[in-house]
Design a protein around this ligand. Sequence first.
Ligand code: PHE
Ligand code: ZN
Ligand code: ZN
Ligand code: ZN
Ligand code: CA
Length: 292
Amino acid sequence: APDVSLANVKAHLSQLQSIASANGGNRAHGRPGYRASLDYIKSRLDAAGYQTRIQSFTYAGATGYNLIADWPGGNEDEVLMVGAHLDSVTSGPGVNDNGSGSAAVLETALTVARTGYQPSRHLRFGWWGAEELGLIGSRAYVNSLSSADRSRIKGYLNYDMIGSPNAGYFVYDGDDSDGVGAGPGPAGSAEIERVIQEYFAGIGVPTRGTDFDGRSDYGPFIRAGIPAGGTFTGAEGIKTAAQARLWGGQAGVAFDRCYHRSCDTTGNINDTALDRNADSIAHAVWTLAGGS
Ligand code: PHE
Ligand code: ZN
Ligand code: ZN
Ligand code: ZN
Ligand code: CA
């Protein structure tokens, strides 16, 4: 799989930061910074040859938007989806949560176009609105699909917070290998987990599982029986001493001290974590979608 340019991912993050700064300091559902974020992502995808559409929904008295982008080609009966929520909370610009996932997924999509990738499976990307209010946009998307269209989606990769400053390297535990937590994901989730683990093993970075606890947009997909996976570098949880020995960083400190705060700015990103996770997206897409 190709390298995903960290510099380009960070340039998208600067754009999202500027959008927040110009719109009252956030990119939240129902606020102008959300729509401006969506317009930025859409314009980049349109220029690269994606077929894009905006799906609107109403929540809490405001119109919300998902952005769906299809890469033309591939077997439409076997769709691989990759997604990230694009909204922030109202208290800050949401650069790690979830500019990081949004920007890395965008740059992966642009890398698909730049390399002229012709996958065997059909590739579809999604940026979700109103995740912070309860996975509203991703649920609206999954609910909008016919049962036939749902069954065509063979996998969903989710990226929510992948540049946490005191990073951990978590992979969604699709096989429930530890027997702890929410149990395994739908059949196929184990394979997704393995493919992502294979990337990190190849660069010598140890990973740990994180449960499908329902806190991000894979939730509506797994409830619909769609295999899912992805990575996460930690939110308000505190890094343990054992985790600090494993990954470096500071024990006794949150993975992201600026989680849901005004300090979740471009300064709140661990470049190494963001780079590795972005490259893991390309590895997962190229492996799971096949072709060349
Ligand atoms: N979805 C949470 C948020 O946006 C963050 C989170 C992601 C928590 C993944 C746990 C696992 O605030
Ligand atoms: Zn959040
Ligand atoms: Zn989030
Ligand atoms: Zn596992
Ligand atoms: Ca588990």
